[in-house]
Design a protein around this ligand. Structure first.
Ligand SMILES: C[S@@+](CC[C@H](N)C(=O)[O-])C[C@H]1O[C@@H](n2cnc3c(N)ncnc32)[C@H](O)[C@@H]1O
Length: 376
């Protein structure tokens, strides 16, 4: 395929740099991984789609002023971070810009930003060990990369991870501060084991409180930005002063542990997570149930509903269901495209506040908090 020179103009929500080429009367976008707005680059076209091209970086001809030297030997091969080559302040600015553009039909206000230290922020990792390699997948490939350095993870995790090089399987590693917990993800850890303290319990600190969890539970992996996000949500609750509140996909009680001015019903499908939520947020009512089954049966209405679904978003038809039981929603999402589709279905709601929490620095991933209120 042909090689072209290109100026990168912007960053797409997928983390790819975007440039444009003129072809007769038409302008065609070219998406190129590991490039930065302001770069002049030589690119090999590797795929032609109907409206755009996919390119592969051959050479940076003139680097953008927003570029920084690449520190990691795995960058460009590793599937973990795709923005390590961009100055962190610029990364935040660019992510905010694509969110502001993406949600312009719903929110014309300024999206506020929560950020923290961009390095060494992941406290928990999941790694694969296979054929003498230990680490995670290569960029857009199923091949494993033998990870020897990483600027995203808590540094005590790295030597512990390397000890698994001769193993086969999938493992969770969690930095507890005093030690690193390693758990084979295929081991059946039961709630009984946890209650009898047969397995190590992990924790992270949230405003001075130890939030407890088992290695298999979902956690927000960036403690610093998570604390800021939880505090923002707690302030929304203080301002709203709800009498009745519902939390869906409540996990280990990350948010509910800090919501003190009402008694929420918190619904979580993972039994282990729901058990830890009863310890982390003891003043709330915790229900271990599949969210959609709970909503099908539910006959109550609530002053506020807080929800934080997994990456794939809500199941078809449930935006409408949630909209029918409340006038105020705090919607947390780690997937802007899926969030946008949900907002389209909640037509009777207006976005009052939008916050971008940079929970995943050096990657194109973002976390968004949206406050929605039903139009009068
Ligand atoms: C993105 S996490 C959010 C957890 C929590 N809000 C936090 O901040 O740690 C989504 C949670 O939803 C749970 N979950 C996923 N699908 C579910 C379902 N259909 N019903 C109930 N819980 C579900 C997962 O176990 C996970 O704890």
């Amino acid at each position: 395929m042909k090689e072209i020179t290109l100026t990168i103009e912007s960053l797409a929500s997928t983390g790819l740099g975007v440039g444009r080429i003129q072809e007769g009367k038409f302008t065609r976008a070219v998406f190129v991984p590991f490039t930065c707005p302001g770069d002049s680059v030589k690119v090999k076209i590797i795929e032609q789609k109907k409206k755009y091209y996919m390119g592969e970086l051959v050479k940076v001809i003139t680097p953008s002023p927003s570029r920084v030297p690449i520190r990691c030997k795995h960058f460009g091969v590793c599937g973990s971070c795709d923005l390590l080559h961009i100055h962190y302040d610029k990364e935040v600015e660019m992510k905010k810009a694509f969110l502001q553009y993406m949600f312009k039909e719903f929110y014309s206000g300024d999206i506020s930003v929560l950020s923290g230290s961009p390095d060494f922020y992941r406290q928990k990792i999941r790694v694969h060990a296979e054929n003498g390699k230990v680490g995670w997948k290569k960029y857009r490939s199923n091949d494993l990369i033998n990870v020897e350095e990483c600027y995203l993870i808590h540094q005590p995790l790295l030597p512990e991870m390397r000890t698994l090089q001769k193993e086969e399987g999938e493992f969770y590693l969690v930095d507890r501060g005093d030690s690193v917990v390693i758990a084979d993800s295929s081991d059946e850890i039961t709630l009984e084991d946890v209650k009898k303290k047969k397995v190590p319990i992990c924790s992270y600190v949230l405003n001075g409180q130890n939030i407890l969890f088992a290695p298999s539970c979902f956690i927000q992996n960036n403690a610093e930005v998570n604390e800021k996000t939880v505090n923002v949500v707690a302030r929304i609750f203080e301002a709203e002063k709800p009498t009745t509140a519902l939390e869906l996909f409540s996990g280990i009680g990350n948010f509910s542990s800090h919501i003190k001015n009402c008694r929420m019903t918190c619904v979580e499908g993972d039994e282990m997570s729901s058990y830890f939520a009863t310890m982390n947020a003891p003043t709330h009512h915790h229900v271990h149930e599949e969210v959609y089954e709970f909503l099908e049966k539910n006959k109550k209405t609530y002053d506020i509903v807080l929800l934080d679904p997994p990456r794939e978003g809500l199941r078809e038809g449930f935006e409408e269901k949630i909209a029918s039981i409340t006038d105020t929603i705090v919607f947390i999402s780690c997937n802007p495209s899926v969030l946008k589709e949900s907002l389209k279905k909640m037509k009777e709601f207006e976005v009052k506040q939008m916050i971008f929490a940079d929970m995943f620095p050096r990657t194109h991933h973002v976390e968004i908090v949206v406050l929605l209120r039903k139009n009068a």
